[in-house]
Ligand binder design. Structure first.
Ligand code: SAM
Length: 230
């Protein structure tokens, strides 16, 4: 799978996605990720990418042309990948969306900044808008990194085993059970004895119980859906 990220801050995106599991997956060739500096596609000496909004108002707007030229460069080099604008006005991004996107072979992620991007670029080039949640960030880089990470870890070979993600929170609509590691007692808090029993059937039953209880308590919305589906 290939990701292309169009951004004013490629170093920030690289800093997060060049490390750890996704960084190693890139090095091993399980996925390809390229960042593109939108400023490199301006035609003015100052490399200015923004201008005042028509109609007045606070802030600046990212102009359509540098974005278009950057996007066109990616499309002509690597093909017309599904183009996603990160936006607080988009469809909420969740595990279901991550699974949907992981089945595609090429994503082009566009990071807005300032007051956002000229609507005409969105109309001409964007297939969908995705939001990280109902809050406003200063730029689309954090959401783009989140999307690449959440989608990237679902690509075969990135994690050691599929069970690494199929057992986790949100895969089947539930939250995961609590996790513990050494030592057995830490600050007077002991690991639940069943986890030390070696009885895999009892451990699985305890984990299932914890997962259901957590979901019911912490996420009544997910619980209602789980009960409805069941
Ligand atoms: C300050 S925001 C622009 C907000 C826009 N004026 C509005 O009210 O909808 C600048 C950029 O950050 C990104 N952004 C901010 N919040 C986001 C969110 N919740 N999810 C995804 N992207 C977001 C988008 O790329 C957006 O173009």
């Amino acid at each position: 799978m290939r990701f292309d990220v169009l951004t004013l801050f490629p170093e920030g995106v690289e800093a997060m996605l060049g490390e750890s599991i996704i960084g190693r997956a890139r090095a091993r060739g399980h996925l390809a990720l390229h960042t593109h500096q939108i400023r490199d596609y301006t035609l003015n000496k100052q490399k200015q990418v923004d201008d005042y909004p028509y109609g007045g108002g606070l802030g600046m707007v990212m102009q359509a042309d540098p974005l278009y030229r950057c996007w066109e460069h990616v499309v002509s080099a690597a093909g017309r990948g599904r183009t996603i604008l990160l936006s607080p006005q988009g469809r909420p991004f969740d595990q279901e969306q991550a699974r949907r996107l992981a089945a595609l072979d090429h994503l082009i992620l566009v990071c807005g900044h300032y007051e956002g991007v000229d609507e005409r670029f969105t109309e001409a080039c964007v297939d969908e808008e995705l939001s990280l949640g109902d809050f406003v960030l200063t730029g689309g880089e954090i959401p783009a990194v989140a999307v690449c990470d959440a989608v990237g870890r679902l690509i075969p070979g990135v994690l050691s085993d599929e069970a690494c993600f199929t057992g986790e929170s949100h895969w089947d609509g539930l939250l995961e059970y609590p996790q513990y590691s050494r030592p057995e007692v830490w600050h007077d808090r002991a690991v639940p004895p069943v986890l030390l029993s070696g009885n895999h059937k009892d451990i699985a039953a305890w984990r299932r119980e914890q997962s259901l209880a957590r979901t019911r308590l912490r996420r009544p919305d997910l619980w209602a859906k789980h009960e409805g589906d069941g």
